[in-house]
Design a protein around this ligand. Structure first.
Ligand SMILES: [Zn+2]
Length: 302
């Protein structure tokens, strides 16, 4: 069956407060570069605990890197709310600002690092499509944070691409890519967008460089679970906060982006959050090497 699609934009009626997804607070913060944003106070995304310990020397402005006392999860305990993400803080802009920041603190290695990233960017599309082909049954596949649709466009003909994307322009571009193949892209936050789809609608989901941005990662993983069929898989790629490179490079680590990287997973905390949402978790042999900045995991709905 077709999902109930709403491509007219952000639906405020689907952002009701729950334990996983509280209402944004009213505090405002002038970022200068991005204008004034409303700030959301966050409890621990993994255990919902409220006793964060600041990680000294990390973070920027009001965006604090903290470690949860009870469970050890590392995250930002404040975030700009979705309204701000829609307008002033689109990924494209924070990405550009972050490149400037890194150029300032790492002038000599910056050029090489950026060139390397551009070369590496040619690879993931194939990798995610290959992982889907290997792990997922034919059917509908959802890409959370699908951008302009470039990644899901690489899926084989056995799959119908769907996506959810908060950038207005990128979502429109992705929709143009997905429609001819029978899919669609929604311009919404992931949690609201997923609620548009029926139980068991998807055979797979791809979360590439997405979950670290998500304000409500546990709520999204739970809602995604509902939309997956039995045997459905979620392929996750996130920066690995437990990586050797993060320990060696400290605050210059490429995984830090303030304030758009909100969640800093290690293999242990990614597994804990996914298992809390009823998934079985599998890391491949090369998917969480301590030397890599990123890790891959396959979450399975039994
Ligand atoms: Zn915690």
């Amino acid at each position: 069956m077709r999902p109930l699609l709403s491509t007219s934009g952000y639906r405020m009626d689907q952002t009701g407060s729950t334990a996983d997804c509280p209402e944004p607070a009213g505090e405002l913060f002038d970022t200068g570069r991005f204008g004034t944003v409303r700030v959301v106070e966050r409890r621990c995304p993994l255990c919902d605990g409220g006793s964060p310990i600041p990680v000294p020397g990390y973070g920027q402005d009001i965006w604090r890197l903290v470690r949860c006392g009870p469970c050890g999860f590392v995250y930002l305990d404040r975030a700009p709310d979705y309204t701000a993400l829609f307008a002033a803080m689109a990924w494209e802009r924070t990405g550009a600002a972050e490149l400037e920041r890194r150029a300032e603190i790492r002038p000599f290695s910056f050029r090489l690092s950026r060139a390397t990233r551009i070369r590496m960017a040619l690879l993931p599309r194939k990798k995610m499509a290959d992982l889907v082909a290997r792990a997922a049954r034919p059917g509908n596949v959802i890409d959370l944070g699908c951008g302009t649709g470039w990644q899901a466009a690489g899926l084989g003909p056995a799959y119908v691409p769907y996506g959810i994307e908060i950038s207005v322009e990128a979502a429109a571009a992705a929709d143009r890519v997905f429609r001819p193949r029978g899919g669609a892209a929604l311009n919404q936050p992931a949690l609201a967008g997923l609620k548009s789809f029926a139980d068991g609608f998807f055979s797979a989901a791809t979360l590439r460089s997405y979950l670290e941005h998500e304000l409500y990662p546990r709520a999204v993983l739970r809602e995604l679970w509902r939309t997956l069929g039995s045997g459905g898989v979620v392929i996750v790629k996130v920066p690995n906060y437990g990586s050797l490179n993060r320990r060696v490079t400290g605050r210059k680590w490429c995984g830090f982006r303030y304030p758009d990287h909100l969640n800093y997973f290690t293999p242990k905390t990614l597994r804990a959050m996914a298992e809390d949402c009823e998934y079985r978790v599998r890391f491949g042999l090369t998917d969480r090497l301590p030397t890599s900045d990123n890790m891959y995991a396959v979450l399975n709905k039994p």
